[in-house]
Design a protein around this ligand. Structure first.
Ligand code: FES
Length: 152
């Protein structure tokens, strides 16, 4: 995937170019590109003067970071215990069918990614689906498809 990396110097300039800034820089890169492109990690290592292995170990340690491109819209299906008991598996099936991809995948047009997540702390609303940053509670399998079709 081709990217315009001309924003990287701006991102680096927003932070002190010291190893302690690594996580914040990775957060900004993830926000900009919706994942952490390999080239950006290489540039980060250079800018902070830290080994690339260190940058990769931080990038792979935190779940918030992704090394794979994500869709414009990220659909997170909670599969924690409360959501599981209230039908998360069925909701997952409906959403996967609606988008013709499996959890962990991104649509070829880069519009949607599906992720499964553990409890997101909203068990009273179970089952929960988060489309981008918006929480949807008490989701029914019958309206799960509508969530992603209207989730743009
Ligand atoms: S188990 Fe889904 S929000 Fe807690």
């Amino acid at each position: 995937m081709k990217h315009d990396f001309s924003h990287l110097p701006d991102i680096f300039a927003r932070h002190q170019q010291r190893p302690e800034a690594l996580i914040m820089i990775l957060q900004d890169i993830q926000k900009e590109y919706r994942y952490l492109p390999c080239e950006a990690l290489q540039e980060t290592a250079k800018a902070l003067n830290v080994p690339l292995s260190k940058v990769f170990s931080v990038a792979t340690f935190y779940n918030a970071f992704s090394l794979n491109p994500k869709g414009k819209n990220v659909v997170r299906i909670c599969v924690g215990t409360a959501c599981h008991i209230r039908g998360a598996a069925l909701i997952r099936d409906q959403i996967e069918n609606a988008l013709s991809i499996k959890a962990g995948q991104t649509t070829p047009d880069m519009e949607f990614s599906i992720e499964v997540v553990a409890c997101v702390g909203a068990c009273a609303m179970a089952p929960v689906v988060i489309v981008n940053e918006q929480y949807h509670g008490s989701v029914k399998p019958s309206n799960a498809k509508r969530l992603v079709k209207g989730g743009k």
